[in-house]
Design a protein around this ligand. Structure first.
Ligand code: PHE
Length: 492
C-alpha cells in the first residue's frame, strides 16, 4: 500500500517534500511510509533526505489540565460563590498538586482572597490555560508570551519529529521489479538469466541463531556441586555402575538381610543376571561374622547370614554402595602399603521402587561426600557440613539424631529456609561404624565421616519447580531446558 503510494506519486511529481504530510494526505501510518522509504532507498529507487522538526506537545501534566481544567480554575470552582471555605476543607477537595499550584495562581490572578478562610473576589473566571493547551493539542500556533508561560509551567515541551523528503532515484521505476534470489535450472535452460535482475547479496544480514545443545537444570546444579567439592579438595568416585550386588549396597553397610529396604517392594532386583559372580571372599566372611555375632564393639544381629542374599543383583538404592567399594579398596591399599587419608564425593543416579508422586520418582540423584582419616570426630563432621552447605548459601544448620545401620552417631541435617521461614530437611549424615570399617581392613584409629542428599531437591528449590515430573522424565517440557537460566550457587 505505502510502497505503491510512494512510487506512484513520484511518477507524476518531482518530490514528496514531507513524508509526514504525505502519510496524512494518503491516510497511511507514518511508520509504514518510513519503512518503505528506507527499503526503496536501499534499492536506489528513490533518494531520501532526512527532515527533522520540532513540535510543541503537551507534557503529562499539561494533558491532565487540558482535560480537567487548570489548577487555578479547579481551585476557584471549589470555593463557594458566597461566603468562604477553610483552607483545610478546600485542601480535602483537591489533588495536593492542584491545590498547591491552584492557590498560588488563583491568588496571583486576584481571583480569590487567601488566608485561613478562602473566598472568591470575582464571580466568574475564564480557563485561558486550558484553552491554550487545547489549541496546542489541535496543532495550532500560539504567540510567544503564551508559549513561554506554558513552557515555564512545564505544561508543554518540544518533541523532535523525524521524517524524509523523497525524490526519484537512479533506479526509479513506478513499480518494484521482481528480482530473482536464486539462479535456477529454468533460468539457465530458458536463457532468462541474461535479462533477469538478481537480488544483491546482503552480507550484513543476520542469520537465524544456530540451534545448539542445552544443559538440563539437574546437570547445571550437579556441575555447581562438583565445583564445591573440587574447591574443598574432594576426589570424584567412579559411579558408572547402576547395577550393584546386594553385598556392596547393603551387607557391607551393616544392613541386615531382613531389613525392609531389602524387600522387592522397595528395591529393584535384577532378573538377568540375577546374581553377582565375584565378591572378595575373605572380606565376605568377616562381614558374615559381624552380622551374625558382632565384633568391634557390636553385638551383631544374631541371625543366619546367607551368601545367596548378598549375591543378588539390584539397581543401587544409594550411592553409599560406591562409597563402601571405595573404602574397601582404600583399606586394602592401606594393609598392603600405607594408609592415605581421602576425601571422596559422588553425584549420580539411584533407584527405588517407590510410588511416583509430585515429590518422588523411582529414580533420582544422590550427592554424597565422605572424609576418611585418623582421629575424626563428630566435630569434624559438623565442621565439614557447615563449610559445604555455607558454600550453597545455607549458613544456618541444625542437626537431629537419626539412625542408619552403617553410621553411629547419625544426624539428619536441617537448614533454615529464609523464603519459607522454616527449617527444612536437606540431608543425612553420620560416622561410619567400626563394625563396618574394621572388617574392610582399616585400623582402629581410622574414622570416616559422611553425608548424603538428593540433587533434585535443591534443584527444585533453585528453579522454583514444585512437581518433580516437571523436572525429570518423559513429561518434561523441552522449552524449560532451553530457557532455564544459569544458576549461580556455590560461587563463594
Ligand atoms: N545413604 C544415605 C541415604 O541414602 C545417605 C547417607 C550417606 C547417610 C552417608 C549417612 C552417610 O539417604
Amino acid at each position: 500500500m505505502a510502497e505503491e503510494a510512494v512510487l506512484g506519486y513520484l511518477e507524476n511529481h518531482e518530490e514528496i517534500s514531507d513524508s509526514g504530510q504525505f502519510a496524512t494526505d494518503n491516510g497511511l501510518d507514518h511508520n509504514d511510509v518510513v519503512n518503505v522509504i528506507k527499503s526503496l532507498h536501499g534499492f536506489r529507487y528513490i533518494e531520501a533526505q532526512d527532515i527533522k522538526r520540532e513540535t510543541l506537545v503537551l507534557t503529562e501534566e499539561g494533558r491532565k489540565y487540558a482535560e480537567k481544567g487548570s489548577p487555578e480554575v479547579q481551585l476557584f470552582l471549589a470555593v463557594p460563590e458566597e461566603g468562604s471555605i477553610s483552607k483545610e476543607e478546600l485542601q480535602k477537595l483537591l489533588d495536593p498538586a492542584v491545590f498547591k499550584i491552584g492557590c498560588s495562581q488563583a491568588a496571583k490572578n486576584k481571583w480569590v482572597q487567601m488566608g485561613n478562610q478562602i473566598s472568591r473576589k470575582v464571580q466568574h473566571v475564564e480557563d485561558r490555560v486550558k484553552d491554550l493547551l487545547l489549541r496546542i493539542q489541535d496543532g495550532q500556533e500560539l504567540g510567544k508570551d503564551d508559549n513561554n508561560s506554558l513552557k515555564a509551567r512545564k505544561l508543554t515541551a518540544l518533541q523532535t519529529w523525524k521524517g524524509y523528503s523523497v525524490k526519484r532515484g537512479p533506479d526509479y521505476a513506478p513499480t518494484r521489479r521482481r528480482t530473482a534470489t536464486d539462479l535456477t535450472r529454468e533460468h539457465l535452460l530458458g536463457g532468462d538469466w541474461r535479462n533477469i535482475e538478481f537480488k544483491e547479496y546482503n552480507f550484513s544480514a543476520k542469520g537465524p541463531p544456530p540451534e545448539s545443545g542445552h544443559l538440563h537444570p539437574l546437570n547445571k546444579v550437579k556441575e555447581r556441586f562438583k565445583n564445591i567439592f573440587r574447591l574443598m579438595n574432594f576426589e570424584e568416585m567412579p559411579t558408572n555402575k547402576y547395577v550393584e550386588s546386594s553385598f556392596w549396597n547393603f551387607d557391607a553397610l551393616s544392613q541386615p538381610q531382613q531389613h525392609p529396604a531389602r524387600d522387592s517392594h522397595d528395591t529393584f532386583f535384577l532378573k538377568a543376571p540375577e546374581t553377582t559372580k565375584q565378591l572378595p571372599e575373605d572380606y565376605v566372611e568377616l562381614v558374615k561374622r559381624v552380622h551374625e555375632s558382632g565384633g568391634y564393639g557390636s553385638r551383631g544381629y544374631g541371625y543366619e547370614w546367607k551368601k545367596e542374599e548378598a549375591n543378588k543383583n539390584l539397581l543401587r538404592t544409594h550411592t553409599t554402595a560406591i562409597s563402601s567399594r571405595m573404602l574397601y579398596a582404600l583399606a586394602q591399599h592401606a594393609k598392603q602399603q600405607s594408609f592415605t587419608p581421602k576425601k571422596y564425593f559422588s553425584i549420580d543416579r539411584v533407584f527405588r521402587n517407590e510410588a511416583v508422586d509430585r515429590t518422588h520418582l523411582a529414580e533420582f540423584h544422590q550427592i554424597e561426600g565422605l572424609v576418611c582419616d585418623r582421629g575424626l570426630t563428630l566435630g569434624h563432621l559438623i565442621g565439614v557440613l557447615q563449610d559445604f552447605f555455607s558454600r550453597l548459601g545455607m549458613d544456618k544448620l541444625k542437626f537431629k539424631p537419626a539412625y542408619n545401620p552403617y553410621t553411629e552417631p547419625s544426624m539428619e541435617i536441617f537448614s533454615y529456609h529464609e523464603g519459607l521461614k522454616k527449617w527444612v530437611e536437606i540431608g543425612n549424615s553420620g560416622m561410619f561404624r567400626p563394625e563396618m570399617l574394621r572388617p574392610m581392613g582399616f585400623s582402629e584409629d581410622v574414622n570416616v565421616i559422611a553425608w548424603g542428599l538428593s540433587l533434585e531437591r535443591p534443584t527444585m528449590i533453585l528453579y522454583g519447580i514444585n512437581n518433580i515430573r516437571d523436572l525429570f522424565g518423559h513429561k518434561v517440557d523441552l522449552g524449560l531446558i532451553k530457557k532455564n537460566p544459569l544458576c549461580l550457587i556455590g560461587i563463594r
